[in-house]
Design a protein around this ligand. Sequence first.
Ligand SMILES: *Cc1c(COP(=O)(O)O)cnc(C)c1O
Length: 481
Amino acid sequence: MAETKEFREQGKEMVEYIAGYIDTIEKRPPLAQVEPGYLSKLIPNAAPQKPDKWEDIMKDVEKVIMPGVTHWHSPHFHAYFPTGNSFPAILGDMLSDVIGCIGFTWIASPACTELETIVMDWLGKAVGLPEEFLAEGNGKGGGVIQGTASEATLVAFLAAKMKRIRKELESQPDKDQYDILPKLVAYTSDQAHSSVMRASLIASIRMRSLPSDEENALRGNVLQKAIEEDKAKGLIPFFVCATLGTTAFCAFDNLTELGQICEKENIWMHVDAAYAGTAFLCPEFRYLLKGVKYATSFNFNPHKWMRINFDCSAMWVKDEDDLVHAFHVDPSYLKHKHQGAVKDFRHWQIPLGRRFRSLKLWFVLRMMGIEKLQEHVRKQVQLAHDFEKLVLSDSRFEIVGSVILGLVCFRLKESNEINEKLLKEINNSGKIHLVHSTEKETYFLRFAVCASSTEQKHVQYAWKIIQELTNSILNGIPLSN
Ligand SMILES: *Cc1c(COP(=O)(O)O)cnc(C)c1O
């Protein structure tokens, strides 16, 4: 067929381009150096009537698209947290694209549902989750791939709400859900990701942001006090979102303390381990997972640190009925003869449609094995410690928080303004890219080890740039020691 002939040629060219992009990515500025609106000056304001030539399109990729790309997979990119990328994941996703099924029910593509169930068990075992989270155990637990951690939190939050409402109504048959809703209250820490508070805004349900301790962790005594206050007001505590690996500092809430309270108070505990979850592939980091047995649901993003391309957010629950009963609708066009006897993932998520995302997970797990992924984590944590040592070797700087995984928070022992200036100069240099955060009125810089191709020489290079810019900024300003 003419179309497939053309695709074979163009596909080869595209693979060539992709491989070349990765091979030479280091030469590109990690942060796009363009101004807002740059693109409308470079491309027409309406789609072509007749097909454009493939060659012209590919030329435009380099000419108009790439200048506006921030290169997340450059070894000079140290902003945010990493986002996954690997050739096995890309290959798996290509296959998903051509199958192009929408696996909302088992019958809509049995392999889509069954592979997802199985690889989520593989992954759950690989990160050391308790057996109750696996589908192969007592049959009630299991995993699902959501698009993002934000969706996983929202799904957990909404499911917890419905579960609690059902329970309250058992003893108050004269009431309905709208009597209970205004009394519900959820908790998270002041270090939780913005998506957690956003879940409460979307659902219009009260959530309290509780103060973290000096290690930036949410502790049991703070939660217990908030629960007592709220119960005294006649409110119903129903949900806690704990974080393993917070976005600002990569700090860890005390799951054991929080979990024991949740168990006693009949509260759903969701664990958001978006970034840090990948580290639990390595047994030596599982001490950070302590207390996970109390969780009702658990989530991490293989699309962050586990070399899987966006989107792939892995979520597990101990009891699938909590999700299936929460958002149940059953139109006749989605019914099928195996209904009830098989998993229909449409009940586990907010959208109806879903991609065959487990393929990329399966490809990565098989083509790399757990060992290669462990090596990747260990190497990146080591690189973060290398950077930490460099920071500590220069008395003008200090470390903020603790370096536990692949993130180093640091600052000049100077005013917030001088630190802001340093970050601005770093990003203007076009050589490396970092972002900042501000906590408890202290402005600091975040150095994350991101691209899988990051080596020690890139860490040293970044530090050299930071020191050079610091020298020029502090020129004329007396050093603090
Ligand atoms: C990155 C991050 C998120 C958001 O992840 P998405 O998949 O983009 O929604 C949520 N929580 C934490 C702790 C994160 O680091």
